[in-house]
Ligand binder design. Structure first.
Ligand code: GLY
Length: 350
């Protein structure tokens, strides 16, 4: 049990007991479970069996994937909530990965000026990152998470056995955030991850604890929370541009590229040593498949980094590394430096 900003993160095999007690205490007027075709099949039956209270919940199934984080889908979901007479005392239950918690958190945070929601993350990515800290949002105008709110859930219930149904590609997708967490805040965790062959549940829980400590200090992303952006300025730009070009890429895969490019930028900016930069790039390239990046898209990717919501006055700002386990926020980077880092990434694949 981990205390967060006005709510509790429950972890382990007994979380449904905690969920039952939570629901009993709150006395909600109705339950709306948001899931996708995968969590509908693999996770919803467990949830309903373990929480009888939810047997009459309305189920909203959406298509898995980033393209569901759209204004159009939000409007369909708000209409569905209205058609079921969901009132201010209804609860939205986000059963899924990062797309579900971002989208479900967002629709809840503005529906009737805000109704309660809880997250039941079912992917490594959602457990280690997206379900904690209250960032909600959708993509807009081809840019990731451009519209959203920071609204804390009323509870997070992490049931690790849900991960058993995940394909290896999706495990790696989430582990990218665990490696990021180690790089920005925990050299000991980084050392543990280095020799690790497979996914390790303990490192995911460690990551949740780190994330929670960071967001508790800075819920509104004004200071230390920006540390979580390491790998994400370039990673988000890559993710948006590849998806818009019809290239299948997962968030974590784009973030791995972002971390490699931003580790290189950390070295170019004389923030980390050559030895640490090489170690980071070598480990990330060993642990994760390096998705090829069409050089034709570099211009678009650089444009997208300029539009990143983390920037100020159109200056590109990145969180870079001072050394393994230490970061520096708001480092200004030029479009040419971004281009160099993308070319360097492609040279690793050559
Ligand atoms: N995913 C980054 C954050 O929650 O700030």
């Amino acid at each position: 049990m981990i205390r967060s900003l006005g709510y509790t993160i429950y972890t382990g095999k007994t979380v449904f007991k905690d969920l039952n007690s939570f629901l009993k205490k709150q006395n909600y007027s109705g339950y709306f479970i948001l899931c996708d075709e995968n969590t509908l099949k693999h996770c919803l039956p467990t949830l309903i069996t373990q929480c009888k209270e939810l047997k009459n919940a309305e189920i909203f199934e959406i298509e898995s994937g980033e393209s569901s984080k759209s204004l159009q889908l939000c409007s369909q979901l708000w209409e569905a909530l209205l058609s079921y007479n969901a009132d201010k005392n209804a609860l939205i239950i986000n059963l899924g990965g990062g797309v579900i918690s971002d989208l479900g958190g967002f629709i809840a945070s503005v529906y009737k000026r805000g109704i309660d929601f809880i997250n039941i993350p079912t992917s490594v990515l959602a457990m280690a990152d997206a379900s904690v800290g209250g960032k909600t949002g959708i993509d807009f105008a081809g840019l990731k998470n451009t519209i959203g709110t920071i609204t804390q859930p009323k509870g997070v219930f992490v049931y690790p056995p849900f991960l058993e149904t995940l394909p290896a590609r999706h495990i790696a997708n989430g582990m990218a955030e665990v490696y990021k967490m180690a790089l920005i805040s925990d050299k000991v965790l980084w050392k543990k991850l280095k020799p690790e062959k497979n996914f390790n549940q303990a490192s995911v829980i460690k990551s949740i604890e780190h994330k929670n400590n960071i967001v508790k200090k800075d819920p509104y992303d004004k200071g230390v929370r920006k540390s979580l952006n390491f790998g994400h300025t370039i990673g988000h730009a890559i993710e948006s541009v590849l998806l818009a070009s019809g290239i299948d890429v997962l968030h974590g895969e784009a973030v791995v590229i972002g971390m490699i490019c931003e580790a290189k930028l950390s070295f170019d900016k004389k923030l980390i040593s050559k030895a640490e930069c090489s170690e980071i790039i070598q480990i990330l390239s060993q642990k994760f498949p390096l998705v090829p990046l069409p050089a034709l898209l570099f211009g678009e990717i650089i444009k997208a980094t300029i539009n990143d919501k983390k920037n100020n006055k159109l200056q590109i700002r990145c969180t870079l590394l001072n050394r393994i386990g230490k970061y520096k926020i708001d480092v200004t980077v030029s479009p040419d430096q971004i281009l160099d880092s993308l070319e360097y990434y492609n040279s690793l694949n050559a």
